[in-house]
Structure formats: structure tokens, C-alpha cells
Ligand binder design. Structure first.
Ligand code: ZN
Length: 182
């Protein structure tokens, strides 16, 4: 499960994380070399139309943010390192509200991520992406709540802030996720 590896969350984007480019390249390489180990590879994207107070002209970078990942914009596109990667499904979240967790995502056909996982008998997920301390964290904690076995590929995640990113990895481990470098 590749969370929000989008241009706006990478260097040059409106809400860049420092390791975004490196993580995008690392994820592309990991999928290319480990594809056979997985039944499915899916992506999520932050996909905002009018998300209310999630956008703010004077953001606090905790619950309000600069404009980012506007639906169908270049900033909302997946990082170019992933151009050659084939995903089995794509999930979009946050059209009219803040949405950190991939479990708030839907396919373009309107199937929720949870239902899709159930329909495909998925019980274990590996998670990588951006940002460690926000959308990866929320996705992993929701996955554990749904009863899934969750592994976080920690070196393939990029945080907004190194300190809160490290704390988030600890929190995910304490909640029951396996946290390990890919
Ligand atoms: Zn957002």
C-alpha cells in the first residue's frame, strides 16, 4: 500500500517533505524487485476539491495546511518515479474534508478501501509512503483497528518532521504494527 507519494509532498511541492524524492525512488525500486511477493499493489492519493479548514492561508502545519493536492492538478499526481509502476487499484480521499487515513479513500467507482480489502480477502498489508507522521500513521492505526496485520516499511516513509516521524513509528509499533526497514 503506497500512501500519498504525490508531487506536492515531495521537494518542489507546496507541502514538501525532505525525503519525498528519495522515498518515491525507493518505493518504485522496491515494487519492481518485490512485486511477486504481493497479491496487490495499491496507491492512495490526497485529492482535494473543497476540504474546508484543512486548507488555510496561515496554516499551523498540524491541522491546517497550505493548499495541496488539488484534484486533477500536477501537485496531486503521483511522483514521476512511479510512472512505470502498475497499481492494481487507486484510492482517492479528502475531496470535501481532511482525510489522513487511506481507509477514508474510495476508488473512482466509489468502493471504500475497507470494502475493497474485504472483497479481495486481504488480511496483511505493508505500508510505505508520505507522510510518516500523518497519513502513513493514520492509515496504519486504522489498519490495526480493522484487524489487519500491518507492517510499516520505515525507510520507505518520509515525514513532515523527523522528530514527529520517529514518534509516529514508535506509536505504530506500540499499537501492534511491525516496523522494519524494507
Ligand atoms: Zn490534505
Amino acid at each position: 500500500m503506497i500512501v500519498d507519494v504525490q508531487n506536492d509532498f515531495c521537494p518542489g511541492g507546496s507541502l514538501a517533505t525532505a525525503r519525498g524524492d528519495a522515498v518515491a525512488a525507493g518505493i518504485a525500486e522496491f515494487i519492481a524487485t518485490h512485486r511477486a511477493d504481493y497479491d496487490f499493489v495499491i496507491s492512495t492519493q490526497d485529492w482535494h476539491i473543497e476540504p474546508g479548514s484543512h486548507f488555510h492561508p496561515e496554516p499551523n502545519f498540524t491541522s491546517s495546511w497550505p493548499v495541496h493536492c488539488v484534484a486533477n492538478s500536477e501537485g496531486a499526481s503521483l511522483h514521476e518515479a512511479l510512472e512505470g509502476t502498475e497499481f492494481d487499484e487507486a484510492f482517492f480521499k479528502g475531496q470535501y474534508t481532511a482525510a489522513y487515513s487511506g481507509f477514508e479513500g474510495f476508488t473512482l467507482d466509489g468502493i471504500s478501501f475497507s470494502n475493497w480489502l474485504r472483497n479481495h480477502d486481504v488480511e496483511d498489508i505493508d505500508v510505505a509512503g508520505i507522510a510518516t507522521d500523518y497519513c502513513v500513521r493514520a492509515t496504519v492505526l486504522d489498519g490495526l483497528k480493522e484487524g489487519l496485520k500491518v507492517r510499516v516499511l520505515s525507510d520507505l516513509c518520509s515525514p513532515v518532521d523527523e522528530k514527529t516521524g520517529a514518534a509516529a513509528l514508535e506509536e505504530m509499533a506500540a499499537a501492534g504494527a511491525e516496523v522494519a526497514a524494507a
